[in-house]
Design a binder for this molecule. Sequence first.
Ligand code: IPM
Ligand code: MG
Length: 368
Amino acid sequence: MNKLKSRKILLLPGDGIGPEVVREVKKIIEWFNKNKSLDFSFEEELIGGASIDANKIPITDEVFYKSLESDAVILGACGGPKWDNLEFSKRPERALLKLRKELKLFANLRPAICFKQLVDSSSLKPEIVSGLDIMIVRELTGGIYFGEPRGIEPIENNQRRGINTHSYTTSEIQRIARVAFDLAKKRKNKVTSCEKSNVMEAGVLWREEVQALKDKEYKKVELNHMLADNCAMQLLRNPKQFDIILADNLFGDMLSDEAAMLTGSLGLLPSASLGSRDKKGKIRSLYEPVHGSAPDIAGKNIANPIATILSLSMALRYSLDLAKEADLLDVSVQKVLDEGLRTKDIMSVGKKEVTTTDMGDAIISKLK
Ligand code: IPM
Ligand code: MG
């Protein structure tokens, strides 16, 4: 068998359930190295609260540079109640935002797929969600998360004012819209772009620029515009009308949590954050489950590792050029669900409840 050249994966387990779910990913990477003659080298580093505890900052320069040099970064989760009272700029989440911004990971892909085995785990009726397959394309390095000016300032009468700025430029809008249109061609060729053009100028610009790009370069893609609040409502009323949802950083954050929950559990959904391809064809990337650190269940070996395992599968597909291995991993997850194995979050009558570790082991046994 030909040994592929070594590729560097950086594991950043982070906080809460992060270390437990990333541990299962590590086992799978080791399995691929051993059984598929792959040659991943991987390192593990601290991020978020774990890094604050050890180094007093959410991400060290050393870890940041390692992220820059990796072929793919896989992150567990950042944050938790222990660090909630820290000053804003020192919180665990800043590490994640720094990585997104400085690695220029402007495109966040968040698939929301309702697995047939888990239709009953959704809080919506089975006929509304069965077969659901949405891709949310969220802009990740602009908008109100990063706009200036920002801050909290004192004003008259002992009051204070909190300020954030929402802004987008033509090129920021068009580069994320391009990602959505390119993906659409490989799917059902339909993009729904969301904004609040009824109340925000930046929303008007968003709508105009997305439309202009479509008219110029993507004539065959079906494009609809929808106000973001209506989209939130339509996701509950009739989610299967959507194929790709394109949204800015803030609306994309909210709509992706909502779409995730349609599928039954946040514990199932992976995500990929991608930059542009460089001259050598390399793409900067970070993969993480959509769920957070879930401190309430941390350390109990009950978290669902599937979202993080499917994030590895996205890494194989988008960053490491290993589509076959990605397919193998996806199929293995399906097989385990077919057999009725469930972590607590997706448990239902007649199924077998398993731990985080058991779920990882079961998925590995299906790779064989
Ligand atoms: C997400 C999270 C993050 C965000 C937080 C942890 C900073 O909610 O990835 O969706 O708001 O983007
Ligand atoms: Mg979020």
